[in-house]
Design a protein around this ligand. Sequence first.
Ligand code: GAR
Length: 210
Amino acid sequence: SYPIVVLISGSGSNLQALIDQSLQGQLDINICAVISNKAEAYGLERAKLAGIPTHTLDHKSFASRDEFDAELQTMIDQYQPKLVVLAGFMRILTETFAKHYEGRMLNIHPSLLPKYKGLNTHQRAIDAGEKEHGVSVHFVSPELDGGAVILQASTAIAEEDTAASLANKVHSLEHIIYPLAVKWFSEKRLTFHDGKAFLNGSVLPENGVL
Ligand code: GAR
């Protein structure tokens, strides 16, 4: 089955969604390794429970972003994955690293891109008085949260929503759309050319598939 490497920094609930779907036979992938930049990331436990090799690469033990990314690249490439999946990996990537995996690295970002790139997306959407919020899966480009969008899912913001309640709603959407995008990529239905995402040979619009 299809070799992928997953990068995490935290809880790893998106990693879990990929593990579960692959165990249930809905996703024909082989998660060769899970790599975290944080030793305490709970996602490492999830990986170990599923029998997946894990590595921690602490960014604080590198003198520069370039050196960290170079080591990360070496670690990933020893598995020769066909796809690299960023699942709550909270590091800004160097241009060299992003270009090396161009067209074969996905990220999930908790906003309706191009809105709210960066951090604290839920609170920022509430503060801006948005009626709608959501999540985007996109190809990774050197520009932070700026690569071609593949698909989005949205949810209404209710009067009583807090950043935490909104994060919960968004998480349940994430666990549906991320495995789907990975499935499309592994089936070669999702492709990337000239900075754009294509599904079944057709270029996707700016907001991806809705
Ligand atoms: C997810 O909400 C993901 O969208 C977000 O981190 C969370 C990770 O959750 N990613 C980013 O903010 C990327 N900049 P998880 O560890 O439970 O999968």
